[in-house]
Design a binder for this molecule. Structure first.
Ligand code: GTP
Ligand code: MG
Length: 220
């Protein structure tokens, strides 16, 4: 890491002015718009040039939710297969995932299940996920209907939004929703901890999700 990176870390480490720190990851196929989404959110900028991410990068943003200062460390992963070993190493410790496909790209939608498998394999069991169909400004090129996105999200037991990094549609909403879901999950875990210690791990909200309990390997 270069000098600039080190300085950034020092500055971040010195800034203790927050109540919580959440580590979030944006994942999905190459070119779905992960980097654009993060730039829109963190810098309110957009460029139509495509510079495919090499490995992994991150940005920090502090938000206020429910009187709390939440510092978000948002990791932007490369979608290209060849970086998979690097990127999956960062899944551990992530509290939330934005799983993105491109509504004009069928293949990116078909890959969503594979990305879910990656999350299940490499992340914490109670990491929270939001499914995002990006590029909703490109209505004429759309090949994945919003309904298919909704249905898939329901099957997976996650929330769903269509977004546009270009037109700034739902970008902030997705991050705020993810922060809220993580906060809810945290307070639930605290509430249900005595029961969990006693071996009765139910009481987790996932029982409300359609298929939350169908997979014995899934503790999410
Ligand atoms: P990798 O880094 O290779 O994994 O790709 P990525 O998912 O980070 O994609 P990136 O953000 O670089 O965007 C790919 C291309 O899609 C770029 O040319 C962007 O300008 C374009 N793009 C991203 N988001 C949108 C969007 O919401 N609408 C439109 N029309 N184009 C977008
Ligand atoms: Mg990128």
């Amino acid at each position: 890491m270069g000098g600039g990176g080190d300085m950034k870390w020092q500055k971040d480490a010195a800034d203790q002015n927050f109540d919580y720190m959440f580590k979030l990851l944006i994942i999905g196929n190459s070119s779905v718009g992960k980097t654009s989404f993060l730039f829109r959110y963190a810098d309110d900028s957009f460029t139509s040039a495509f510079v495919s991410t090499v490995g992994i990068d991150f940005k920090v943003k502090t938000v206020f939710r429910h009187d709390k200062r939440v510092k978000l460390q948002i990791w932007d992963t490369a979608g290209q297969e060849r970086y998979r070993t690097i990127t999956t190493a960062y899944y551990r410790g992530a509290m939330g995932f934005i799983l993105m496909y491109d509504i004009t790209n069928e293949e990116s939608f078909n890959s969503v299940q594979d990305w879910v498998t990656q999350i299940k394999t490499y992340s914490w069991d109670n990491a929270q996920v939001i499914l995002v169909g990006n590029k909703c400004d490109m209505e004429e090129e759309r090949v994945v209907s919003a309904e298919r996105g909704r249905q898939l999200a329901e099957q997976l037991g996650v929330e769903f939004y269509e977004t546009s990094a270009k037109e700034n549609i739902n970008v902030k909403t997705v991050f705020e929703r993810l922060v809220d879901i993580i906060c809810d999950k945290m307070s639930e875990s605290l509430d249900s901890e005595p029961a969990m210690l006693a071996g009765g791990g139910r009481g987790q909200r996932l029982t409300e999700q359609p298929q939350g309990n169908s997979n014995p390997n899934c503790n999410c």
